[in-house]
Design a protein around this ligand. Structure first.
Ligand code: ATP
Ligand code: MG
Length: 636
């Protein structure tokens, strides 16, 4: 697999200061973080860089006072007041631009409304909004008051919303009437109305009016009414301590029941600020387009908190990439002169099928860095992205991180002069990230030997815990290996220190004594001309330990047949070796995925082994599971 074939491992791509900065961050950690933390504004200096007294509940910059909303807005007012902070556009092409000072005013007005409704430091509010400007505005307003937000992705339905409101014991829900998706109205307030019947902690629902009159219920208050009365007044910022919670956010639920991760003002603030600069190299004339929804960590950290603290301009798009046409994103890149573009492998795969003609009519020459996040990017998608969007010349930062890590952990770092990319690799650890790969016994692997990725020391962006569940925090992340953070991913590290993520640790296949990451087989299947997407799992086999089973989505123009099944088996064997024995290849029209687009292999496994499905609260489309059931029944 020579995915980044045009960008060889070459010292030329590897300029200072990455190496020196990384070394300093590890060898002189205390001094390093003191220096880095000076780039943001503190109300009161911290005592300790890292407080380990209650490990593994590590606390960063304890004793200090800092507020992330202040650092995103007030701090940028003087030098960047008239610079655009947020461009927003919807499907129809309606758009606005908010400068830093306009955003500051909106956030203060929103904060005043919240304050008048009794929201204060430590209170929790759930935000259930689409990608509209009031989403970042309400986040920043809550943070300004020291209140804690928990954003529920607007695609989630009633039960997920109820669970998250009750877990946080939220005092308020912030919502709007609807959003538009492919020119169809998607109801939001109706879902909130149902949810609040089962969430006793909610005192108010703050409803933001769009272009229709909301039907008001008992607890509802209309934002526009209150805002008109309030006007634009400055609201004193809460001088939160570094270790005060900023938000709760649930993981994607790819491997099990979502975990309610929470992050703090200080460490998370510094980590998102620094990683934005290191990875995306944002400078003053950059326009950053991150296609993620703010309902996921990628949007929290790299639409809102990182870029705004860094004083950048971000573009927010409320819509899907292929409506009205599959060139919607490229239209936006051209229109706003986007320079840094960040998306996911699943989005790239979905756009690939429309062909390159949709790209050719657009001038994408302002782009200078491309990024990927969410899942391993398979070589087919990488090549397409590199060639068609990157004009075969732009670096692709393949950023590995998690809701739990707060920000990017492993990636190339153009902002530190490190553009170096290798076939299929995510890259090198960011400064402060002491990453390694361990064997089952907790010993570092040899180069190119597979194992579990681990982080051997705390870093500022690390999760503070699992909300309401300290035991789950310890069990999930700090129990596999003594004193070491366990992310739950499978990986290798090569002799140059590059990391390659091979999939989820609990989805590794064990075939005839060999361990194979799901990614390894899936990458090969997708490189076959007939295959669009695949999900591979292992099922027990009395002789070989496990055999591989694949659910495969074919590209347009190909039809399922036993001949094609045989061809795919042979194709994988030819590439990976004859150890890979298939227990079945099932052709389906779609894979079970989370609402953020990640493949849910555990559901493929449950269906194939006839077990109960487990938590399906984040499953995007239930018919994917039904179809798979049917295909398997027909086959056997
Ligand atoms: P859950 O923890 O509930 O199962 P999740 O792990 O998908 O869900 P997220 O925090 O959204 O929740 O995703 C983090 C995971 O996504 C990582 O642990 C990793 O498996 C995968 N991932 C993210 N970025 C990359 C990347 N660039 N390359 C490979 N894998 C990635
Ligand atoms: Mg996870």
């Amino acid at each position: 697999m020579s995915q980044q074939e045009n960008l060889p491992f070459d010292e030329e791509y590897y300029q200072p200061p990455y190496k020196a900065v990384y070394r300093e961050s590890i060898e002189n950690a205390e001094k390093f973080w003191r220096k880095m933390s000076e780039e943001l504004e503190w109300f009161y200096p911290y005592e300790k860089v890292l407080d380990e007294t209650n490990a593994p509940f590590y606390r960063w910059f304890s004793g200090g006072r800092i507020n992330i909303s202040y650092n995103a807005l007030d701090r940028n007012l003087k030098s960047r007041g008239n610079k655009i902070a947020i461009y927003w556009e919807n499907e129809k092409g309606e758009n606005i631009g908010l400068t830093y000072s306009q955003l500051y005013n909106e956030v203060n007005r929103f904060a005043k409304v919240l304050q008048d409704l009794g929201i204060k430091k430590g209170d929790r509010a759930v935000i259930y909004l689409p990608l509209m400007p009031e989403l970042p505005i309400s986040m920043l307003a809550l943070a300004r008051l020291g209140a804690i937000h928990s954003i529920v992705f607007s695609g989630f339905s009633v039960q997920a919303l109820i669970d998250r409101i009750n877990d946080a014991k939220a005092k308020m829900v912030i919502t709007t009437t609807h959003t538009m998706r492919r020119n169809k109205r998607v109801e939001l307030k109706g879902i909130v109305d149902q949810a609040v019947e089962q969430t006793p902690s909610v005192e108010n629902v703050l409803v933001i009016k769009r272009n229709e009159e909301p039907v008001m219920k008992k607890k509802d208050v209309l934002y526009q009414d209150l805002a008109k009365r309030t006007g634009y007044k400055k609201v004193e910022v809460e001088e939160t301590s570094s270790t005060d919670p900023l938000f709760i956010l649930y993981t994607s639920g790819t491997t099990g029941k979502p975990k309610g991760i929470f992050h703090l003002h200080g460490g998370y603030g510094i980590w998102t600020y620094l990683t934005t600069k290191w990875v995306f190299d944002l400078r003053d004339n950059d326009v950053f387009f991150n296609t993620a929804d703010i309902g996921w960590i990628t949007g929290h950290s790299y639409i809102v908190y990182g870029p705004l603290q860094a004083g950048a301009t971000v573009l927010m798009y409320e819509g899907v990439p292929d409506y009205p046409n599959p060139d919607r994103w490229w239209e936006l890149v051209e229109k706003y002169n986007v320079t840094v573009f960040y998306t996911s492998p699943t989005a790239i795969r979905s756009l690939m099928k429309y062909g390159e003609d949709w790209i050719k009519n657009h001038d994408l020459s302002t782009l200078r860095i491309l990024g990927s996040v969410g899942e391993p990017i398979n070589p087919e998608a990488w090549r397409w992205y590199y060639k068609n969007i990157g004009n075969s010349s732009l670096p692709i930062v393949d950023t590995w991180w998690q809701t739990e890590t707060g920000g990017i952990m492993i990636s190339a770092t153009p902002g530190l002069g490190n553009y170096m990319l290798k076939p299929s690799a995510n890259g090198l650890p960011l400064p402060g990230v002491d990453a390694d790969v361990f064997t089952e016994e907790g010993i570092p692997t040899n180069p190119r030997e597979k194992g579990y990725i681990v982080i051997k020391r705390p870093w500022p962006g690390m999760l503070a815990g699992v909300w309401n569940d300290p035991d789950r925090y310890i069990k999930t992340y700090w129990s596999k290996f003594q004193g070491v953070y366990y992310p739950g991913d499978y990986a290798v590290k090569d002799e140059d220190g590059f990391f390659f993520i091979l999939g989820r640790a609990d989805e590794v296949l064990k075939i005839a004594g060999h361990r194979i990451g799901t990614r390894e087989i899936e990458d090969i299947l997708i490189s076959h001309p007939a295959v669009a997407e695949s999900a591979v799992i292992g099922i027990p086999d009395p002789v070989r330990g496990e055999t591989a089973v694949a659910a495969v989505v074919l590209k347009q123009g190909y039809t399922p047949s036993s001949q094609l099944r045989k061809e795919l088996e042979d194709y994988v064997k030819k590439t990976l070796g004859s150890i890979v024995i298939f227990g079945g290849i099932y052709f389906v029209s779609k894979l079970p995925k989370t609402r953020s687009g990640k493949i849910m292999r555990r559901l493929v496994r449950s269906v194939i082994s006839g077990q109960t499905l487990g938590d399906v609260s984040t499953l995007e489309d239930e018919t994917s599971v039904d179809e798979l059931k049917k295909v398997i029944e027909e086959f056997s």
